[in-house]
Design a binder for this molecule. Structure first.
Ligand code: NAD
Ligand code: GLY
Length: 361
């Protein structure tokens, strides 16, 4: 097992990464101060992994709420189901909420914990690659709104993150690839040696080689923990973690939540960000081709869905959390391994990128 920490002063917390961690009560129990715990999971993950988590909670009053599975259920309505469960069980403000699942469950359970009785402790047990490398770390919690992705949320850090890499054995291939989009992101925005490592080990990751997966998760979490420690509330460099996300969120909202996986939308968005970076003269065509090649090998889409138009993108991108004083801010690449927050992107070049993505095969 490897343990990293997110250094946030008195809110510092560990990320444990390794095989067989679910059953290790000693990793979980020190982070549960009260006597009550609610596990939030879904209909896919609970049958696979709820039992060992419940066993680790033996001796506490523990209950579970099992939500429907899917991004389309990451809503205020589902959030309310969690509040109802907490109230029905008469859980007090010393209870702990435990998220067991992918990013949807983690984001939603985290927001429930942030709001319930003005905030109760929260633990993340991520079971997808995407959640283990990204969403479980850093305290962003949210649900979607029909008009915009992750628009209702809070910054709320967990007490600990328990990433049991054995859970990835049951993850569908498509979900594994979606997680790789966020892994590749770290290499592109700030870690060229990691990007080069990924270029050498992509097939091992797709084959679920345990050593390669652990290394990728650890290096991803190290990058994320450093960024979050430096800029918890995204006043600066944390925005770099949104490479591909402004385009990607537009895709997810535009086609309907749950149609495209988040990681797939991020991949197509990353290609658009690389294309725009090249048009601005920052990225050579050779570097752009390296981005395309890696995402292709990861079995991720390079193009947005043909049903969306440039107009759809511009309308959907106008609802983005990075917008400041009405101005769109995009995360682009100055070079491979060097992300940048671009505030004054030329409208003509943005249109060219959108047209290129939407019209070329
Ligand atoms: P997800 O939570 O929908 O999980 C993907 C699918 O895999 C689901 O069907 C789930 O039930 C299933 N699953 C989960 N673990 C499994 C396992 N071990 N075996 C078999 N099936 C399993 O999707 P995701 O990709 O994990 O997360 C995407 C969400 O995360 C999006 O809503 C996105 O906005 C959010 N996100 C948040 C942050 C953040 O910082 N908070 C960062 C990135 C993404
Ligand atoms: N995934 C974006 C962030 O955590 O900031």
């Amino acid at each position: 097992m490897k343990t990293l920490h997110v250094e946030l002063g008195d809110r510092r917390y560990p990320i444990h990464i390794g095989p067989g961690l679910l059953g290790h009560a000693e990793l979980l129990r020190p982070h549960i101060a009260g006597r009550q715990a609610l596990v939030v999971s879904n209909t896919t993950v609970a049958p696979l992994y709820l039992e060992p988590v419940r066993a680790a909670l033996d001796g506490l009053r523990h209950e579970a709420v099992i939500l429907p599975d899917g991004e389309q259920y990451k809503t205020l309505e589902t959030l309310n189901t969690v509040f109802t469960a907490l109230l029905n069980h008469r859980f007090d403000r010393h209870c702990t909420v435990i998220a067991l699942g992918g990013g949807v469950i983690g984001d939603l359970a985290g927001l429930a914990a942030a709001c319930y009785q003005r905030g109760v402790p929260f633990i993340q047990i991520p079971t997808t690659l995407l959640a283990q490398v990204d969403s479980s770390v850093g305290g962003k919690t949210a649900v979607n709104h029909p008009l915009g992705k992750n628009m209702i949320g809070a910054f709320y850090q967990p007490q600990c993150v328990l990433a049991d890499t054995d859970t990835l054995a049951t993850l569908p291939d498509r979900e594994l690839s979606a997680g790789l989009a966020e892994v590749i992101k770290y290499g592109l925005i700030r870690d060229l040696p990691f990007l080069e490592w990924l270029e050498r080990h992509l097939e091992a990751l797709l084959a679920r080689d345990a050593t390669a997966l652990s290394e990728a998760i650890e290096r991803s979490c190290r990058n994320k923990a450093e960024i979050v420690a430096a800029d918890e509330r995204e006043t600066g460099e944390r925005a770099l973690l949104n490479l591909g996300h402004t385009f990607g969120h537009a895709i997810e909202t535009g086609v309907g939540y749950g149609e495209w996986l988040h990681g797939e939308a991020v991949a197509a968005g990353t290609v658009m960000a690389a294309d725009l970076s090249a048009r601005l003269g920052w990225l050579s065509q050779e570097c752009v081709e390296r981005v395309y090649a890696l995402l292709t090998r990861a079995r991720l889409p390079l193009k947005p869905p043909p049903t969306l138009t440039s107009g759809d993108f511009l309308r959907l991108m106008a609802v983005d959390k990075k917008i400041k004083d009405g101005q769109l801010r995009l995360i682009l690449l100055r070079a491979l391994g060097q992300g940048v927050i671009a505030c004054d992107v030329d409208a003509r070049q943005l249109h060219e990128t959108l047209d290129h993505a939407l019209t070329h095969p």
